[in-house]
Ligand binder design. Structure first.
Ligand code: ATP
Ligand code: MG
Length: 307
């Protein structure tokens, strides 16, 4: 993997990044590299240090220690030549008062001195063409979220930073936004984003850094993170159908646990298991649960992921 700061393939290099508030390290020796065209996710519970890390990369906060290279340049002290090359959506979005969705975009475009008017294209990209004439304060939460992403894109940046773009969206709006983000990535942009949604990061990201307590506790592709658990797929049956003692008597069954009305276990030989369940007439009750990033987090921290 290429790691050099000046490398043309590299978008972001973070080395030993540290930030403390009130004597407590909230970002503690964080290092990672984001390659151009990559969709990179920072995942972690509340207070993990995601926003602080992101804002140091964006040049909005000064690191106490370590280094950041953004497109080969240092973002701090404020480097204005980077402003036109990066798009930033903050955790709390700020809009101009009393302007419509379309006017927000043209105003942001003018501020950035964007050469071409991409307003209509961006409204369509984030699915707000019909709301073009709606004032920003009359948009729904999800629509505002999408408008803020469009605003971060007006100057056609190379890298897009998004801080919890899918927070507080309903499932439908979240899925729409996933399509928007995938579309942006397909245009060859680099995306660095934060999220609480573990299954979302699994679907969207090329690579994920899991942050906890200010440090990176795991970093890899979602597939590698999960397969690194070396955990076979687990199975579940409701206790209303079969009790844990009877499950233990099934062929090749291991690691039987009971919780919340379900018996979980692993099967060394799924073929024989299915045959036994079919004979008992309960094969249809079997549920299969593949290992997830949630399991990775649990394994690493010994506690459940709580966003
Ligand atoms: N300006 C600040 N002054 C003091 N403490 C801060 C400041 N900014 C962040 N912190 C603290 O640093 C820690 C990390 O905060 P940060 O906002 O980076 O977390 P996060 O991972 O983005 O969390 P969330 O998921 O809630 O957005 C928290 O304990 C927070 O209280
Ligand atoms: Mg945050």
């Amino acid at each position: 993997m290429k790691e050099e700061t000046g490398d043309a393939e590299v978008a972001v290099v973070v080395r030993g990044l540290t930030k403390a508030y009130g004597g407590k390290a909230v970002v503690d020796d964080v290092s990672f590299t984001v390659h151009k065209g990559e969709f990179f996710g920072l995942l972690g519970p509340n207070g993990a240090g995601k926003t602080t890390t992101l804002e140091m990369i964006e040049g909005l906060r000064r690191p106490d220690g370590g280094s950041v290279s953004l497109l080969g340049l240092s973002p701090w002290p404020r480097n204005t030549s980077l402003l036109t090359r990066i798009g930033v959506q903050l955790q709390s979005s700020a809009f101009f008062e009393r302007l419509t969705a379309r006017e927000q975009l043209t105003t942001f475009g003018a501020l950035y001195g964007a050469d071409t008017d991409r307003t209509e294209e961006l409204l369509a990209l984030v699915g707000l063409t019909e709301q073009a004439e709606t004032r920003e304060d009359k948009l729904s939460g999800g629509q505002r979220q999408r408008l803020s992403i469009a605003c971060a894109l007006v100057h056609d940046p190379e890298i897009l930073f998004l801080d919890e773009p899918t927070a507080s969206l309903d499932p439908q709006a979240r899925r729409n936004l996933w399509d928007v983000l995938r579309g942006i990535r397909e245009q060859g942009k680099t995306i660095v984003y934060t999220t609480h949604y573990i299954e979302e990061a699994e679907r969207l990201c090329d690579r994920i850094a899991i942050l906890d307590g200010g440090g990176v506790i795991a970093m890899d592709t979602p597939t590698e993170l999960i397969s690194g658990l070396g955990r076979p797929t687990s199975m579940e049956l409701p206790t209303s159908v079969i009790g844990p003692d009877d499950v233990r008597r099934l062929p090749g069954v291991e690691e039987v646990t009971e919780e919340d009305g379900r018996v979980s276990f692993r099967a060394a030989d799924p073929g024989s298991l299915m045959q036994a369940l079919t004979e008992k007439g309960i094969a249809g009750s079997l549920q299969i649960r593949a290992a997830s990033l949630e399991d990775v987090f649990l394994e690493l921290t010994g506690r459940e992921y709580r966003s």
